[in-house]
Ligand binder design. Structure first.
Ligand code: MG
Length: 384
């Protein structure tokens, strides 16, 4: 089997990243990339990716510049893969990483590599007729507790209404993030208190404080201490994603679990978060960190260091399915993130959307990612 084509399709719909004050449930991503890898065996692999997809597309489509085989260092990603055996995922990951190293390493290049890597694992699963978590190494669980992932509402009353809605849907855990949080520290506490009151003592509350607020480590410690009485399972992204030493200061000062990692990439980046940042909960986004090939290494590093991995997953069912496979493969796992956004790019890309049951999402058990992409929907929203 050989790779015959690598495409990055750019999608656009109405969408909203942040809810303005007074808004209700967000629509979710407005722009998305879809990677599609084709083979001469007729097997096709997919992944979504939430980034500046037009720039990522340029990384995929760029020509081959290098003259000498084995010396590729600023070549288009597709040129590095066409003609190769898609089952050699780890070698191909490194071929893409090194082959783009002059313009890549992080940003859209690693995000494009991530999505292509997921598509290659999807192909492997379809070829071997196994779900990806089996190829990663095994299934420790067949369902994962889902947390509803949404944005902060602007008032305590709206927070309580939101929580009640999620509990009625069957969720037993809710994460609020971004939105109005960080603009007024007194209001922040009343919003979190309202969420805890509506959740009751047994359901879990997660808080994403949004690093765009630009706190110092001491301010971050104050935020965590002000929220600690409401027993958040974790507090996320208090600091700039590169502030490893700041994270260390925060995690050593508080008992609450500190989470971050959705902006981080590669095994080297996650080693920094673990060793230097002292992060308790790693949140790799599989479409940014380097795909399953890196995600599997992160799980191994985290298990050795006694850290949790709860993948960041706030785009479509493709990424949620990928996150379920990585979570099924972990010996110790707590949650999968389930975006409650209702926009078309969040909800419509696969033929049978993932459904939560009694607070849990089942781990897909079909070949590859185990979800079937709806090509007609992709064509409807495709702009490039
Ligand atoms: Mg976040």
């Amino acid at each position: 089997m050989k790779i015959t084509n690598v495409e990055l399709l750019v999608l656009k719909s109405e969408g909203l990243y942040n809810n303005p004050e007074g808004a209700e449930e967000p629509l979710g991503p407005a722009y998305m990339g879809i990677v599609r890898v084709s083979t001469d065996a007729g097997i096709v692999g997919y992944s979504d990716m939430e980034t500046c997809a037009s720039v990522a597309k340029a990384c995929v489509d760029a020509p081959k510049w290098s003259q000498e085989p084995g010396m590729e260092c600023f070549d288009g990603l597709a040129t590095l893969l066409i003609g190769e055996n898609p089952l050699e995922v780890e070698r191909l990951w490194y071929r893409m990483y090194r082959g783009s190293i002059y313009y890549g390493r992080r940003g859209v290049a690693i995000q494009a590599i991530s999505a292509i890597d997921i598509a290659l694992w999807d192909i492997c699963g379809k070829f071997y007729r196994q779900p990806i978590h089996i190829l990663l190494g095994g299934r420790w669980r067949d369902k994962v507790r889902a947390y509803a992932s949404t944005l902060f509402r602007p008032t305590p009353t709206a927070m309580k209404e939101a929580v009640t809605g999620y509990l009625d849907e069957g969720f037993t855990a809710v994460k609020f993030g971004w939105g109005v949080f960080g603009k007024d520290r007194h209001r922040d506490v009343t919003l979190v208190a309202a969420a805890r009151e509506a959740l009751g003592p047994k359901n879990d509350l997660l808080v994403d404080t949004g690093w765009f607020v630009e706190r110092t480590p001491k301010e971050a410690i104050q935020v965590v201490r002000s929220l600690a009485p409401y027993e958040p399972f974790l507090v996320e992204e208090l600091l700039h994603p590169e502030d490893y030493d700041g994270y260390r200061q925060v995690s050593e000062a508080v008992d609450t679990r500190i989470a971050c990692g959705e902006q981080e990439a590669t095994e080297w980046g996650f080693a920094q978060l673990i060793e230097r940042g002292g992060i308790d909960v790693l949140q790799p986004d599989l479409t940014r960190c380097g795909g399953f090939t890196v995600g599997r290494k992160i799980v191994h590093m985290a298990e050795r260091a006694n850290r949790l991995v709860i993948p960041h997953s706030w785009s479509s069912d493709l990424l949620t399915a990928a996150s379920l496979h990585l979570t099924a493969f972990q010996r110790r796992a707590e949650f999968v993130e389930f975006s409650t956004s209702y926009g078309p790019l969040s909800r419509e890309l696969v033929k049978e959307p993932l459904r939560m049951k009694d607070g849990y999402l089942p781990v897909p058990d079909g070949p590859g990612l185990g979800v079937e992409v709806d090509d007609a929907v992709i064509e409807r929203y495709r702009i490039a």
